[in-house]
Design a protein. Structure first.
Length: 95
């Protein structure tokens, strides 16, 4: 089996579709995905510090489930942040 992803038919189809996007659209998509990854890193850190001892990496929670865990404890203190985190997840899912 080759380690070259371009030999994989699914990757090749994805790459072809991605290259067909207008450049500015590609940049917007990459920016959104990058922003989501950075935010999710900090969400993971918040969860790990808020609930020490829980094996969050092993649980492999979705972004939505992570936000639901945060929401009950922090919603009163930062409702606009929770709303923003949810909106970011919704936007990312539409990409």
């Amino acid at each position: 089996m080759s380690n070259d992803p371009s030999k994989d038919e699914h990757y090749a189809r994805f790459a072809q579709n991605f290259r067909a996007l207008p450049h500015e659209k590609s940049q917007e998509l990459m920016g959104m995905v990058s922003a989501h990854l950075v935010v999710e890193h900090y969400v993971d850190t918040l969860l790990a510090e808020s609930y020490p001892g829980l094996p969050f990496e092993e649980l492999r929670l979705s972004y939505e489930k992570k936000i639901k865990i945060i929401e009950p404890t922090l919603h009163r203190l930062m409702p606009s942040s929770i709303a923003g985190l949810k909106a970011l997840g919704t936007i990312r899912n539409r990409i």
